[in-house]
Write a protein that binds this ligand. Structure first.
Ligand code: ZN
Length: 473
């Protein structure tokens, strides 16, 4: 009896334990079921940070969010808030809002617009050579970045036989590499570029100053240009000036300029200012020559029998035209008779010839061809002089722009205003006197005005248009 009772007691205890375990499982199951059936948002995939390429086509992308429970989950559409400017590098905040029934979920994403594209290297030269000391020849290539722009200058070039390697890295650190084969021997000659045209007409009797040439080379930095050939300004015809340049590797280039010495110079076209200075030289002439030289402007000097020979020599050597204005410039003397005029003109012609070697045929009558003062010395002399001067081979010049420096203008400002306010379309022959210091003072501003307003400057030549006045005597 005692034994049975004990067995019964044992079984009872097992049942209790089993029931307890069952209860635990049941409770856990219920809790699980409650949780599993509970509906809410579920983030399937979401990136809190996202990189977007500069200028790319940006579309908001929050990843995937669904709404549901363990057994089913429906995709939820989003609303994106926050602007992303792909044209500007930087960080942008975008808030994504998901709504389902009356529940909402907000997620914030940091979008970084970045330069993610490496530069594009292009080689435009199939003639890359290795120069002395294993240096690579200058060759044409470019490195263009979508954000930085042209970064060709920042590229590094190295020689890794038998190739040249270009490495270019943009500011964002995107790197490109490009290689090209290089020749071990430089066979490219220098390039010679002439200053000015390869055909030049040099006025008869005027010293020829060659404008020179520049040589560039794919290897060498400085290449000397050797100039050969001479021009005789007193013999008309064609002359060849030859330019030679040789690089370190021994490649030689040559170029030629044809210089034609001619008595017939074609008149320049367009709006041209001919600065002319009468009655010199004087103590102001050197200062005037300095200004003309500084601005590379050629002018015309109608000289008389006074002043320094050196001023005339320098004007001539620096490429200005030297014209004749009689030696004495004394009206009562020169307009007495035609023979008196030419005798006086010969004196200044001989002086110019003695100083420069040049026989000038450029003439300006004192007082101009329209002067009336000559009438009191010889009636009709101007009419006869303009005819005979032309027959003797002179080209005489009057003016169509007056500075007024022989009359009303007494300051540089007045001279400047008189000249620039009366400049003409086409040819402007300007009358000034380099014996007047204030008139010389106005020249630099006149040049600057002319150059800024589309005018060119030239010297007068035989045969040019002369702005002839009406003859009054
Ligand atoms: Zn004069």
């Amino acid at each position: 009896m005692e034994e049975v009772k004990q067995t019964k007691h044992k079984t009872h205890r097992w049942l209790i334990a089993l029931a307890f375990v069952g209860l635990v499982f049941l409770s856990a199951g219920i809790v699980f079921l409650i949780l599993a059936l509970q509906t809410d948002f579920h983030i399937v995939s979401f990136r809190a940070t996202r990189d977007v390429a500069y200028k790319s086509d940006y579309q908001p992308d929050p990843g995937e969010v669904c709404f549901g429970n363990l057994f089913y989950c429906d995709h939820v559409d989003f609303k994106a808030d926050g602007d992303v400017n792909v044209e500007e590098l930087g960080d942008y905040k975008v808030t994504f809002t998901f709504a389902h029934d009356d529940k909402t979920l907000s997620l914030e994403q940091n979008v970084s617009v970045k330069d993610l594209v490496p530069p594009v290297i292009t080689i435009d030269d199939d003639n890359i050579a290795i120069c002395a000391e294993d240096k690579v020849s200058k060759f044409k290539f470019s490195s263009i970045d979508d954000y930085d722009g042209d970064i060709t200058d920042k590229a590094t070039i190295s020689y890794k036989a038998p190739n040249v390697e270009i490495v270019s890295t943009d500011q964002a650190g995107n790197r490109s590499t490009k290689t090209a084969p290089a020749a071990t021997k430089d066979t490219t000659p220098p390039t010679i570029t002439l200053n000015g045209s390869d055909k030049y007409t040099s006025p008869y009797g005027t010293p020829y100053n060659d404008a020179g040439a520049i040589a560039t080379d794919n290897c060498d930095n400085e290449i000397e240009v050797k100039v050969d050939g001479t021009v005789n300004p007193f013999a008309t015809g064609d002359y060849a000036i030859t330019y030679t340049a040789t690089d370190q590797a021994g490649n030689t280039a040559t170029a030629t300029r044809t210089v034609t010495v001619s008595t017939k110079i074609p008149q320049p076209t367009g709006n041209v200012i001919y600065l002319t200075f009468d009655d010199g030289p004087s103590e102001h002439t050197f200062r005037l020559l300095d200004v003309l030289k500084k601005h590379d402007v050629k002018a015309t000097f109608f000289v008389i029998g006074h002043g320094s020979d050196e001023a005339i020599r320098r004007a001539y050597q620096e490429g200005h035209s030297i014209g004749l204005h009689t030696s004495s410039h004394t009206y009562s003397k020169i307009y007495q008779s035609e023979s008196a005029f030419y005798a006086d003109l010969d004196l200044i012609k001989d002086r110019v010839k003695r100083i420069t070697g040049y026989t000038s045929t450029l003439l300006r009558f004192p007082g101009g061809s329209s002067n009336t003062v000559s009438r009191s010395y010889n009636r009709g002399i101007m009419s006869r002089l303009v005819r005979s001067a032309t027959q003797k081979g002179y080209t005489y010049f009057d003016w169509n722009v007056s500075s007024g420096d022989a009359g009303g203008a007494k300051t540089a400002d007045q001279v400047y205003n008189n000249v620039v306010s009366t400049l003409k379309k086409g040819n402007s022959i300007v009358l000034q006197h380099d014996t007047q210091g204030y008139s010389v003072d106005a020249v630099e501003r006149i040049i600057e005005y002319g150059k800024a307003n589309g005018y060119t400057f030239a010297r007068l030549e035989p045969g040019f248009w002369g702005a002839h006045h009406g003859v009054n005597n």
